[in-house]
Design a binder for this molecule. Sequence first.
Ligand SMILES: *Cc1c(COP(=O)(O)O)cnc(C)c1O
Length: 503
Amino acid sequence: MVKAMDHHQAGDGGGVSLSEAEKTLDPATEREWAELRGLGHRMLDGIFDYMQGLKDTPAWREIPAETRSALGQEPVPRSGQGAEAAYESFLRDVLPYNSGNVHPRFWGWVQGGGTPLAMLSDMLASGMNPHMAGFNAAPTLVEEQVLRWMAELMGMPAGTTGLLTSGGSMANLLGLAVGRHACAGFDLREQGLRYGQPLRVYGSTETHSWLKKAMDLMGMGTAGLRVVGVDFQYRMNLSELRAAILEDRAAGYRPVCVVATAGTVNTGTTDDLEAIADLCAEEQLWFHVDGAFGALAYWSESLRPAISGMERADSLAFDLHKWGYMPFEVGAVLVRDGKKHREAFATGASYLTAMDRGPMAGGLRFAERGFELTRGFKALKVWMTLKAQGADAITQLIEQNVEQARYFASLVEASPELELAAEVPLNVVCFRYRGADDAQNQEILVRLQERGIAIPSGTTLAGRFALRVANVNHRSRREDFDVLAKAVVKIGREVMQEAAPDR
Ligand SMILES: *Cc1c(COP(=O)(O)O)cnc(C)c1O
């Protein structure tokens, strides 16, 4: 060890030849390791304190001007100031101005809050730093295990393959890519889109915006997407879907895929998945389900009937960083026919050829199920959470979130000043301050957020603005919804009073 220290100091003229003074980003001496270890322990304590104290902090706070410029105008640090100083900057400038989704009264935009145990798993994963293209190593088996667990929990059959992804957008994109390749009717990967008939994909007005981006990115164009209308419950209108498919076939298009949603982002509603599965089987179309958050409701026996048919999907995309409560990022795609999955992505790059033995044995199975080559060990946090806390714990929290949403809906209905803006099929509650116009309801929303009381978000339903609570928060308690309901009424009165001060 003394020798290592000598090497490290060689650059300062310690008399050791330069070739022996090679550098690394690791601590170089026992003492440096001890220092980093000490700092690491303090970091852990610091972030645990932060998580433990969340409920006593505002749900959000504005970034002060001096912090904004400290973070926005710093030149490239050419020489380091040391880990202690960097951590001090983090504590001062970054940690206090988090985006809010970890807070017990955050219900905006469907964002999960993470967990302390999964945070630790992420740290271990980062320390191991395995390359997750595949390889003959335990982390590969861990991801495969997680994918098998997911397939089972989602009711998908043996033979299903999958991939953990950065999130729902990527998972959906991959599912659609597999479906398009499987149903194009020609070798799309080799020939490209110019070769065959123009392809058509079907979604509804409530389909999440990933689909437009994917259509564009995949070269089918947003015009290749038929946007089907919805019924009064915001479910895809099936007679309109059927008619659109017929019309497109007659006009020389090739319908390839229907994108159904389990848990829409606006209202949490689910398309009639059984009927869409039947239609896809009849018409030989790929049945893709976007279950970004809603798919997780399948884990619950009591909630499952609302999304039955999901297990018939050819491909299913969902997030674990929303209703699975995992820290960002982790989503997943499952593909019922593993062969089709691989056919959509496998390439034969010679420097990546599989060997029979050694670290490359088994090949790069994950690289052959998606677009990315180098991937992180996202599987560990899911594996460790399920082993330590169990899938049932997640399921109970999902049920708790739905009960809380119903409870909040009951508070809205009980208040003469508030009204529901849509039905509450799952964990999403859309509501308004009665008698306030769109601008006034938006003002109520922003004041709630700016004052750090709670973070709902907003949406537009049938042309009108509504506040929206999307509850995927395992830290929320009933009293948090009491706080929200009271605050909306109070701020609503304030805003109405300002609009008509004489009343
Ligand atoms: C969040 C969401 C997505 C996108 O998932 P990301 O993880 O944010 O990429 C897609 N569809 C629905 C219904 C969503 O709620």
